[in-house]
Design a protein around this ligand. Sequence first.
Ligand code: 5AD
Length: 340
Amino acid sequence: MDRNATKEKSYLIDSLSQGYLPEPEELITLLEGGIDEYLFQKANEMTLERKGKKVDIRAILEFSNYCRCRCTYCGLSAENPNVNRYRLSEEDIVKTTLEAAQAGYRTIVLQSGEDLFYTEEKICKIVRKIKAQSDISITLSIGERPYQELSAMRKAGADRFLLKHETSDEDFYKEIHKGDLLKDRVDTQKNLKSLGYETGGGFMIGIPGQTLQMIAGDLLLIREIGCEMAGIGPFISHEDTPLRGQKSGDPLLTRRTVAIARLLLPDANLPATTSLGVIDSSQLDLIFKNGANVIMRKVTPWSERTKYEIYPTNFGEEKDIKTARTELEKYIESLDRIPV
Ligand code: 5AD
C-alpha cells in the first residue's frame, strides 16, 4: 500500500476514535485491510479506556430449538427435518438459571428459536420466577415479537434483548430470511430501545453473497440504532441448509469488523462470538485485543445441548456449570484480562 493511502487510513481511524461518523466508502477502505495493526491498537486502547481489562462472562441457556423461520444459513431452520427438537419446561429453565447464578454468573441469556409455544404469559412467568429468587440480569433472545409482548416482558423484569439484524441490505435480507423484511427486524430493535431494554444487535461475516459494502452498512446500522451490544461473528456452513459446503467467514475480516465496531460504539458490549472460536481458537484469543469485552458460556443441560446446532459446533466434553465457568475464568486470565 502506498504511503498516502496508509496516511489516509490512519487519519480515518483517528477520526473514528474521536466520534466521527464515516461514509460507507470510508469504512470499506478499512475493511479491505492494509492497516490492521494500527486499527487493532486503537480498538484495544478504546476498550481499555472504556472497559478496563474486564471481560464479562455471561451464561446462555438454549431453552428451545423449535423455530418458525426458514433462514438459509441456520441449522435450526423450520425446513431442516433432521433436527431433534426439544423444549425445556418452565421449571427447568428457572432451575438451570438459578444454578448458573450460584456458579457466579451475573447475566443469563435465555435463547431459543422463534418458538411461539413460549407465549408472552409463559416468558413473563419464567422471568418473574427467576427475579424473585435471584438478581441475575436476564437477556432474552427469542426473535421478533410484537411491541405489546416485549413491553410485558420488560415489565416482568427482563433487562436486555438480543436480536441481530444479520444483514442491513434489504434484498439480501429477503433472500437469506426467505421473504421476511429487514424493516420488521429494525422496527423491533427500535421498539426494544424505546422500552428501555439494553439492546443487542449484530450480524454475520462471510455469509455467501455478502459484500464489504454490506458490512459497512451493517456497522452503520448498529451505530444508528445505538446498540448497547453487538455480536459479530463469522458464518459457518451447516450441512443441512441450502448453504451447505460453502466456505466459512474470514476470521481476520471478523476481527477488523469488531475493531471498527469498538471505535463506532465505544461503550458497547462486544462479545467474542462462539463461531469465531469454532473456526480457530487462536483467533478467539486475539479478538480480546481487537475490541471484544464479553464472552458467553453455554449452561444448556447436556441432555439437550448437542441438539442446539445453529452451525457445526465443537461441544467438548461434559462438565458441570461451575467447572466450566472456572475454566473459562482461567482462560480469560491467561489473556491478561480480568473475568467478571
Ligand atoms: N454461522 C454463524 N453464525 C450463525 N448464526 C446463525 N447461523 C449461523 C451460521 N451458519 C448466528 C446468527 C444468529 C446467532 C444466534 O447465530 O447471527 O443471530
